[in-house]
Design a binder for this molecule. Structure first.
Ligand code: KG4
Ligand code: ZN
Length: 358
């Protein structure tokens, strides 16, 4: 069984083909980074136009990479939310048009479910697992209980962790997306402990019982730190120290939230094979990965992060989520609508300010 997956919810145009033997036959990802870089973030209108410009070429390239044609495809899955409305429309229209013209089933995939189910594509991870989804748009703690069954235990009340990296990096003069730049320059910091002490950044939500995150105060603290540095061009060693302090602070907050969630997960689910999965673009960060691995090993829990190229946005995860749903008979009508806001756990307690992030 071959599923064609289409992803266009943010700034990556992607098409992939995945089969039921967990083989990724193709996964073409076209990043729009260069088109957005000058603006220091993703511009929705530019993103939508770029998706429309490239979608057909990318789908054709995926079929050609896989060495198959549309007649070998059994179902089409498109990201249908959450995300930027223009991009979602482009990806859904492409998927629906192909499904309609070929008489194939269509599957409307939640982008977050794509991230959530990736570890079942790349490894044999069993439900229920604890999932830390940390990207540019989301920072959530969930329990994946089954396909379409998620419990959201925590979310960010304001910015996502990746957004915090990006905006703080921008204040330090680093290019977008600043997460990887911050990690790179932080390696130049000679004394991480001294850097942490020097800037004294706050650790929002650390120690709180509820499992939410907040990063906007940290962003403000970084702005004040930058303003307190000598006027003019920032010195490279100052940027390295501040980047290191910021990265360690974010890793520490995430570890604290994850520790509480892990203890609750072990207690409530008593899973046979306890697993914590880290996914989303920010999971590329080594400081965060290492601190979570440490946490898991001290609790006898398996830590798992999908390969980096499948942590960021891509259509293989959409094709796979589509395949898991298709196998359960979960297909969608051709008039299903894009959903810019689409929480994985619609019953999750509302958090002030967090609704926008789904
Ligand atoms: O999941 P993703 O590719 O896109 C979505 O936001 O859905 O995540 C992109 C985010 C950006 O904010 C980027 O700065 C961050 O992931 N990121 C990192 C690293 N690599 C990517 N943040 C910190 N350290 C990294 N090494
Ligand atoms: Zn994503």
């Amino acid at each position: 069984m071959n599923i064609l997956g289409i992803e266009s919810s943010c700034d990556e145009t992607s098409a992939a083909i995945v089969n039921d033997r967990k083989e990724i036959l193709a996964n073409i990802v076209l990043s729009q980074l260069e088109e957005h870089r000058a603006f220091g973030g993703v511009v929705p209108e530019i993103a939508a136009r770029a998706h429309a410009d490239h979608m057909d070429t990318i789908i054709r390239a995926a079929l050609s990479d896989a060495g198959i044609t549309m007649s070998d495809i059994d179902a089409v899955a498109s990201t249908s939310g959450p995300g930027l409305i223009g991009g979602l429309i482009v990806g859904m229209m492409a998927g629906k048009a192909l499904a309609a013209s070929r008489g194939l089933p269509f599957i409307a995939v939640n982008h977050l479910e794509g991230h959530a189910l990736t570890p079942r594509l790349t490894d044999n991870i069993e439900f229920p697992y604890l999932l830390l989804l940390v990207s540019g748009g989301h920072t959530q703690i969930l329990v994946a209980e089954g396909v379409g069954k998620y419990k959201r235990w925590g979310t960010t009340l304001d910015d996502a962790a990746g957004e915090c990296f990006d905006k703080c990096g921008k204040m330090m003069g680093l290019p977008y997306p600043a997460g990887p730049e911050i990690q790179r320059i932080a390696r130049e910091c000679k004394d991480p402990k001294a850097a942490l002490k020097r800037f004294g950044l706050p650790k929002p939500m650390k120690g709180r019982k509820e499992l939410d995150f907040s990063f906007s105060g940290l962003k403000t603290a970084v702005r004040l730190s930058v303003e307190a540095l000598p006027e003019g061009d920032l010195k490279r060693e100052d940027v390295a120290d501040l980047s290191c302090a910021l990265q360690l602070t974010i890793a520490d907050v995430i570890k604290d939230r994850a520790r509480r969630a892990l203890e609750r997960y072990l207690d409530e689910y008593k899973p046979a094979n306890p697993t914590l999965v880290l996914s989303g673009g920010v999971s590329a960060n080594t400081a965060i990965r290492e601190s979570l691995e440490e946490l898991c090993s001290s609790h006898g829990v398996r830590a798992y992060a999908p390969p980096l190229k499948l942590c960021g946005d891509n259509a293989a995860m959409i094709a796979w989520a589509g395949l898991e749903r298709f196998k359960l008979g979960l297909t969608d009508p051709l008039d299903s609508k894009p959903m810019p806001r689409w929480p994985l756990d619609p019953k999750a307690e509302k958090r002030h300010g967090a609704g926008v992030k789904a």
